[in-house]
Design a binder for this molecule. Structure first.
Ligand SMILES: [Zn+2]
Length: 240
């Protein structure tokens, strides 16, 4: 296992700056400024940032034609940039609009399975990994909205998900009363062994939220809330 050590003062400075830049009007700023006064553990996880779907697999598509895979990638790159900036190591499962299936996969379903297996392999091969998978939600009725965080069946995953969920509520939508929830069906979450959460950023089936999810400002707030949730989680772990 590779220890990743950073200078704490750099974190404190970096987090303040990045949050001020990313979410100037967000309620997360105050909360995060308070969290930033604490120290992080010397041994940090490597965060595997996973933009869901990609390439031929666009994921959910809104009635207006907005592809989930595109928004997943945009928001994930913003999250990756924030994490990198504050000194938390990252690995991405994809950086462009591609599915990462192996060459031998031929059919659509073979490619989908191969893509997911390769994502699992990447997470499992990453020392001290922590997975954050980014997705967008979709439902048959347009009235539903709100970000929701799902977690793998482990106590660390649950506490991380609950922390991120609370920050998403405070910084994006105080009226969002969704709870972090265990997911026992998502392939990625059920085939890996590290702390893992899947963030459904919002509903493409809700026109208002669909519009927000496409804006740089909203994506930055999402990324900042997730980054801050992880930061808080790492700090709480250090104290226990
Ligand atoms: Zn998805």
């Amino acid at each position: 296992m590779q220890a990743v050590k950073r200078m704490i003062p750099l974190y404190l400075f970096s987090l303040s700056v990045v949050l001020a830049c990313a979410v100037l009007t967000s309620r997360a700023v105050g909360l995060l400024a308070r969290t930033a006064s604490a120290e992080l553990p010397a041994l940090l996880p490597t965060v595997v940032v996973d933009p869901g779907h990609g390439g031929e697999d666009g994921g959910a598509v809104s009635p207006g034609g907005v592809k989930e895979s595109d928004l997943n990638l945009e928001t994930s790159l913003r999250l990756r940039d924030l994490l990198d900036f504050v000194g938390i190591p990252t690995v991405m499962t994809r950086r462009t609009d591609l599915s990462i299936f192996s060459p031998e996969a031929r059919t659509v379903s073979e490619k989908k399975i191969s893509d997911l297996k390769n994502r699992v392999r990447l997470v499992e091969q990453t020392p001290n990994a922590l997975l954050i998978s980014i997705h967008q939600n979709m439902f048959s009725q347009s009235k539903y909205r709100g970000a929701q965080v799902f977690y793998r069946d482990s106590s660390g995953s649950r506490t991380l998900a609950e922390t991120i969920q609370e920050l998403l509520r405070r910084s994006l939508d105080p009226g969002n009363h969704r709870k972090a929830k265990e997911n026992q069906t998502a392939y990625l979450l059920t085939h890996i062994h590290c702390t893992a959460v899947l963030v459904e950023c919002g509903f493409l089936s809700n026109p208002e939220e669909e519009a927000l999810l496409q804006t740089a400002a909203y994506q930055k707030k999402l990324a900042a809330a997730v980054c801050a949730g992880l930061w808080t989680h790492l700090q709480e772990q250090k104290e226990t």
